[in-house]
Design a protein around this ligand. Structure first.
Ligand code: GLC
Length: 471
């Protein structure tokens, strides 16, 4: 299977490359930058949603699953992108949003029975939306209350209705016929809800939920995480054939064994919620590595950027960890340059505060970073300080390190064993190689063996450094 230890590059289409000067990234822009992905050495890229959307949730509120947002291009542009990607040996993953649509999707009016409605005049339970507030809103037109796990503009589909399952299978086939190699399945822990609409219990074993504290107080036992979801995902698997299916679920990865009967991998989000501390990182790695089929993520369009979360001093060691663990590694665009959270927009686009994670890619040191010839939809963060052009030919740059790691990753053995180490160090063996990561500002002892990669100069295992040795 091509994806087993693939590196997948996440593209946020509005912010990658603009081709027509309107300040918004687009598909043609992405096509023009494919050589960069080849240079980096990644196996595949995942496009955050490209479908028409009223942008209440920036593309995650889809109003037509079988088209391209005109701001991003056309279906012809998409076909061209797939062709050019495949010509370079790059696989293409789309973001599929099966749990909810935009409230402006024609289905909402044409097929109200495809959605979930309260049986009473008001919210029937205590369910909370991921972005805070009740998960139920009143539809002004019908006067009935509908369920939305996210923004009120994103009504949840009723997966107990077979027509919904068939419609989403049809969507998948549409894109598979156009050559896509897989899907990242959005928010599938929300796919199916309790048929009795029971109250969620208070959270006992909190796993940090994304985005809003209201949602963290309850355990998603009835509003999501339902075992009935497996059968629905099996239907998606049928439509997908052997295309890659990556699931976005927000529970500890160990709880998703049954989901892996139908999905290829689930995201391991534990790093996003773990401080840069050896003990915590080991605790995050152990169960996921045991599960095997995970996709590691250190940041994405929903959470703080890697540089902001772990601090610039740990960026090199974080790259080593991300790219040497067994499984798939997802790299969010710009992390390979060390891009940090930005200021966001003067007038926010995303109500949940995520603009600051979505600033445009920085290709060169010019004010618009080579991203656009126009006015960028979000300002650039620091193109003069960090950009592809400057780092590209410098082996010692962060970009150079990502590239070397992606190359080196190919020679790492399949085995994996966490090693006992000095406190403050995470170390593991990959048949024939040992990786050691120092999470502290103190000096530590290097593992024995011939050094094949070092993030820092100096003896032993310097502060904040990582080493790969052959033993
Ligand atoms: C996922 C997406 C996020 C979106 C949410 C609702 O978590 O990554 O951006 O807001 O689903 O679709």
């Amino acid at each position: 299977m091509w994806w087993q230890d693939a590196v997948v590059y996440q593209i946020y289409p509005r912010s990658f490359q603009d081709s027509d000067g309107d300040g918004i990234g687009d598909l043609r822009g992405i096509t023009s930058r494919l050589d960069y992905l080849s240079y980096l050495g990644v196996d595949a890229f995942w496009l955050s949603p490209i479908y028409p959307s009223p942008l209440a949730d920036f593309g995650y509120d889809v109003s037509d699953y079988k088209a391209v947002d005109p701001k991003l291009g056309t279906l012809d542009d998409f076909d061209e992108l797939v062709r050019e990607a495949h010509a370079r040996g790059l696989k293409v993953l789309l973001d599929l949003i099966p749990s909810h649509t935009s409230i402006e999707h024609p289905w909402f009016r044409e097929h109200p029975d495809w959605y979930i409605w309260s049986p009473v005049d008001g919210p029937p339970n205590n369910w909370v939306a991921a972005f805070g507030g009740p998960a139920w809103s009143r539809d002004e037109l019908s006067g009935r209350w509908y369920l939305h796990s996210f923004y009120p503009e994103q009504p949840d589909l009723d997966w107990r209705n077979p027509d919904v399952v068939a419609a989403m299978q049809d969507v998948m086939r549409f894109w598979l016929d156009r050559g896509v190699d897989g899907f990242r399945l959005d928010a599938i822990d929300r796919l199916v809800k309790d048929d009795q609409l029971r109250d969620d219990p208070p959270a006992t074993k909190p796993f940090p939920l994304p985005l809003h504290e209201d949602a963290a107080g309850l355990e998603m036992r009835y509003s999501g995480n339902r075992p009935e979801a497996i059968a629905k995902l099996r239907a998606l698997r049928e439509a997908a054939g052997d295309a890659l299916l990556v699931g976005e679920v927000f529970r500890p990865v160990g709880e998703y064994r049954s989901w892996l009967e139908v999905l290829d991998v689930v995201f391991a989000f534990e790093f996003l919620f773990s401080p840069w501390d050896a003990e915590r990182l080991r605790a995050a790695i152990a169960p996921a590595a045991e599960l095997g089929r995970v996709a590691w993520v250190m940041s994405n369009h929903d959470f703080d950027r890697l540089a902001t979360r772990v601090g610039p001093e740990n960026l090199r060691a974080a790259a080593v960890l991300l790219l040497t663990l067994p499984g798939i590694a997802f790299v969010y665009q710009g992390d390979e340059l060390g891009l940090a959270n930005g200021p966001g927009a003067a007038k926010p686009y995303d109500r949940a505060g995520r603009d600051r994670l979505r600033h445009p890619m920085q290709w060169d040191s010019s004010p618009a970073g080579g991203f656009t010839s126009g006015e960028p939809w979000l300002p650039l963060v620091d193109p003069a300080a960090r950009n592809v052009a400057d780092q590209r030919d410098d082996r010692r740059s962060l970009l150079g390190l990502y590239r070397r790691l992606i190359e080196l990753r190919r020679v790492l053995g399949a085995g994996f064993r966490l090693l006992d180490t000095e406190p403050g160090v995470v170390a593991y063996e990959r048949d024939g190689h040992v990786v050691a990561v120092n999470t502290t500002p103190e000096q530590h002892t290097a593992p024995e063996g011939e050094v094949v990669l070092a993030t820092h100069d100096g003896e032993g295992l310097p502060p904040h450094a990582a080493l790969i040795v052959r033993n």
